[in-house]
Design a protein around this ligand. Structure first.
Ligand code: GLN
Ligand code: ZN
Length: 767
């Protein structure tokens, strides 16, 4: 029999129950026991739903109170010293201290562990830290406990573990030059112990995730894969002969690592056949007869209805080659990256809903498709027909295709993405109008969004506050932000983004071809979730979006105001993207819409315009070999959005949340007049890289770390600025925070910005 599987399921709950429980627990309104009970109830719901839908390969331990990498840190006892863990099992207090930091006493806070993006998703994991001589030991029973919990409900689950190699590779070492791979020998005994414990508890299959197999790996790492899995197999043969291993890869193509993966001593290999369908052929040819293949054919990264015919065609090939006993059918990756249930989106019409599949619907699709393989297509005839109809209505719908948008995209030229003069010619013209001092100071866009701002927005959206009152409220907010910036002495002002909740959702509300969900939350980190818009059709801008707010802000002050937009790459990256045309096409459409807004801002007298691209980097392909193709359109789309303006108009962009020191040439090719970047953490690698490249354009130094409540003193800023000036010339530099101030408090922001400005003034006068 073909088995129906998913590599994982969303954790927060259809109503974000886990988010609420966690936040209540952290604020002391829920006891530990109550939190654990609620988590257990959620797990029960998930398992029963999957079981009833007909999955036969149901995951456990894919649930997490915060993050599955953090769970693995706890599992192997890799708690950094600063959390003062006393050994034994990792308790909840230590677990959350690693995730969120802890107060040691009044004066001393221990910061949280670093967080970074999980491959090319918008999910953030906690980065494991390894010190020289790092020891490991089994310090959590979570995989066993959750396996037994499911078993008690009558469900034979498949525990999921993050594999030892991916765990090490995703971590960082506390000493440079130290190799993560050198820790493998110390780590493997813990995996042996946990596998044995799972076998003793009655587990028959364990899913070990090794997503790093889709990355560029060096020879040493490939050899480590071989030796680690050989060692685990030997141990299993001796101590847990009935335990089977499903090795899961996802998010891409294994390419040169495929032969390696196919001959590891494992029982099944999961392949992402949505991102990389081409790898199936080789896998079918080369799979040894002892290996089953798990076909990830239902998209775990997007929300569209699955094409049943396509999946059945591919899966039948596999069944023909391997036989039903050696095939599993499932989602391409964990369903963590999609929302839970389309049926909650009652504001959408039936046609639109029929095109969509969230986690719950995907589980149903997988069960149906598996049934068709096992019992014959005729057993799901009605579903096949409904599927055909929905796909057909989507293909031909007038809601999706717009002649005008297609024509505009056709008419895009290389020249449209090109400023008329090079930067050194534009610079003087811009300065003639802007009249900025040396080292101009500015902020990134948003100012603190206090509870009353959020309350007013919610009241407006639920029609409890009328449009006029809401607009009056926003204008008052803008005025306050302007007055504060004048008082603080900032040189270039922003309107504060008081009208925006989320920087992508806001544009999604105005652009055609995009829709917003009500409950389509996707976990971003811990208790935090985002609601990505769905790009379902051609994107266009029916009217001005931000112009009125910028114009109003400029009317209040003599200092220059900077318009504030989200860039096309980021809007696309943080949305679910249509699957019926290449991403590059979608991105071009968005770029044209943003370009119109840029030109309208310019026409309204706004002299500087910022186009944020915080997600630029996260969209880069996982393999270097694919970069060129991606960049050829991604950077182009930014330029298309930005570069229609006159020489006198100053374009800013802001990049954040990632490492950028290895993409300086790409940043340079964006040709923004000013790039606002992070420089607050002590590492100046990016600045060094910009210098080495002779990066010519303006650079905004984010020397105020907005991710910390800490208020730096004038002295702190002064020292940092002088350090930076040893690397880059003052004529090129701006001074600013490293990101938007939305989540900070006014009590922190006010003194911090005043200190930033006075330090800049000191440094300026000493130059
Ligand atoms: N302009 C946005 C803000 O200030 C930028 C946010 C971001 O880069 N994430 O909020
Ligand atoms: Zn930012």
């Amino acid at each position: 029999m073909v088995q129906a599987m998913i590599p994982g399921y969303p954790r927060l709950g259809a109503r974000r129950e886990l988010k609420k429980a966690l936040e209540q627990f952290w604020s002391g309104r829920l006891t530990e026991t109550e939190l654990l009970e609620q988590a257990s109830a959620l797990r029960k719901q998930r398992w029963q739903l999957q079981h009833q839908a007909g999955l036969t390969h149901i995951p456990s331990n894919d649930f997490s109170l915060y993050d599955h990498v953090l769970d693995t840190i706890a599992l192997v006892g890799a708690v950094p010293r600063r959390y003062q863990w006393n050994g034994g099992l990792v308790d909840l207090h230590t677990y959350f201290a690693m995730a969120r930091g802890m107060e040691k006493d009044q004066a001393n806070a221990v910061p949280a562990m670093e967080m970074t993006k999980w491959f090319d998703t918008n999910y953030h994991y906690i980065v494991p830290e390894f010190e020289p001589g790092q020891a490991f030991h089994l310090a959590s029973r979570k995989p066993v406990d959750e396996f037994l919990e499911a078993k008690a409900l009558g469900i034979q689950s498949c525990p999921v573990l993050l594999g030892p190699l991916s765990f090490l590779l995703l971590g960082k070492t506390t000493q440079s030059g130290m190799s993560q791979l050198a820790l493998l020998d110390a780590l493997l005994p813990v995996y042996e112990e946990i596998l044995q414990a799972l076998a003793q508890a009655g587990a028959e299959w364990v899913q070990i995730d090794e997503p790093c197999l889709v990355l560029d790996l060096d020879e040493a790492t490939r050899a480590a894969y071989q030796s680690a899995y050989t060692r685990l197999a030997a141990q299993r043969a001796a101590q847990a002969p009935s335990l089977h291993i499903l090795l899961a890869t996802y998010f891409g193509d294994l390419r040169e690592n495929l032969p390696l993966a196919l001959q590891l001593p494992i029982d099944a290999l999961h392949l992402d056949l949505v991102r990389a369908p081409q790898q199936l052929e080789q896998a079918l040819e080369q799979a040894p007869s002892s290996l089953s293949l798990s076909l990830g054919l239902v998209d775990g990264r997007n929300i569209w209805l699955t094409d049943f015919e396509r999946v059945l065609t591919v899966a039948s090939q596999a069944v023909q080659a391997l036989g039903t006993e050696r095939v599993l059918l499932g989602a391409s990756c964990s369903l963590l990256h999609v929302p839970i249930d389309v049926m909650q989106e009652t504001h959408l019409d039936e046609e639109m809903r029929s095109w969509l599949a969230f986690a719950r619907q995907k589980v149903e699709e997988i069960s149906l498709l598996t049934r068709a393989l096992n019992e014959g297509r005729e057993t799901i005839e009605a579903a096949l027909q409904a599927n055909r109809q929905a796909l057909e209505s989507k293909r031909s719908s007038a809601r999706i295709h717009t002649v005008e948008v297609a024509r505009n995209v056709q008419a895009i030229t290389e020249q449209m993405a090109q400023r008329s003069q090079p930067y050194h010619m534009r610079k003087g013209r811009q300065q003639a109008g802007l009249k900025l001092p040396l080292l101009p100071t500015t902020t990134l866009g948003s100012y603190p969004q206090t509870a009353d701002v959020r309350a007013a927005r919610a009241a407006y959206k639920s029609h409890k506050l009328d449009q006029n009152s809401y607009e009056a409220f926003l204008k008052q907010g803008i005025e306050e932000v302007i007055r504060f910036q004048e008082e603080a002495g900032l040189d270039m002002l922003v309107h504060g983004e008081v009208e925006r909740g989320d920087m992508v959702e806001y544009f999604g509300e105005y652009l055609t071809g995009m829709l917003l969900t009500r409950h389509g939350w996707v976990q971003s980190y811990g208790s935090r979730a985002v609601r990505p818009p769905i790009i379902y059709g051609d994107v266009a801008r029916p009217g001005q979006i931000t112009v009125e707010w910028s114009r109003f802000a400029q009317s209040l002050t003599a200092r220059p105001i900077r318009g504030m937009l989200t860039g096309p790459v980021t809007i696309m990256q943080w949305s679910f993207v249509r699957d019926d045309q290449p991403r590059s096409e979608t991105c071009k459409q968005i770029a044209l819409a943003i370009r119109e807004e840029v030109l309208d801002l310019e026409a309204a007298g706004i002299r500087a315009i910022q186009i944020d691209e915080p997600a630029l980097r996260e969209g880069f392909p996982l393999r270097h070999a694919d970069w060129q193709e991606h960049l050829s359109w991604a950077i182009f789309c930014f330029r298309l959005a930005a570069n229609g303006v006159r020489d006198e108009t100053q374009i800013h962009t802001h990049l954040c949340y990632s490492k950028f020191d290895d993409i300086v040439p790409e940043i340079a090719s964006m040709d923004a007049d000013v790039v606002l970047i992070e420089a607050s953490r002590s590492q100046f690698d990016l600045l060094e890289a910009l210098r080495a490249y002779h990066y010519p354009n303006g650079i905004g130094l984010g020397i105020y770390d907005v991710h910390s409540p800490h208020v730096p003193t004038t002295q702190d800023f002064d020292e940092k600025l002088r350090l930076v000036l040893q690397i880059l010339p003052s004529e090129q530099l701006w001074v600013n925070p490293d990101c938007g101030l939305k989540t900070r408090k006014w009590e922190e922001v006010k003194p911090a910005l005043k200190h930033m400005v006075s330090a800049t003034q000191q440094v300026r006068s000493s130059l």
